[in-house]
Design a protein around this ligand. Structure first.
Ligand SMILES: [Zn+2]
Length: 111
């Protein structure tokens, strides 16, 4: 049997094909966007894990220790010490002879 070209049927098929293309293009964009969000969140989490508890100057792992019962983190290479604000207030409330008071209030030699 010969295929008879029906212009209306041909237009109808083109319309359906166009709608299908639009549907799949939209779906692909949504999937790509979701994949970007997942990759971005994963990348952020990896960066956070890489920099967590590391010295911002040299990148080495910070060492946890304790001063007068207050937990601190410090760089083994001497680039600094890190303490939370509440822990700092706790130290400040203690006697002026505490290590932080000596650190902040002791006169520094002039070189
Ligand atoms: Zn360091």
């Amino acid at each position: 049997m010969d295929y008879v070209r029906d212009p209306f049927l041909e237009k109808w098929r083109q319309k359906e094909q166009g709608e299908e293309d639009v549907y799949f293009a939209r779906r692909d964009r949504e999937l790509i966007e979701r994949l970007r969000e997942v990759n971005g969140a994963t990348e952020r989490r990896h960066v956070q894990e890489l920099v967590r508890m590391r010295c911002p100057d040299c990148g080495e792992k910070l060492i946890r220790s304790e001063r007068d019962g207050v937990p601190i983190a410090q760089c083994a290479a001497g680039h600094g010490m890190w303490i939370t604000e509440s822990e700092l207030h706790l130290l400040a409330e203690r006697a002026r002879s505490s290590w932080i008071a000596r650190y902040f209030y002791q006169p520094k030699p002039i070189v």
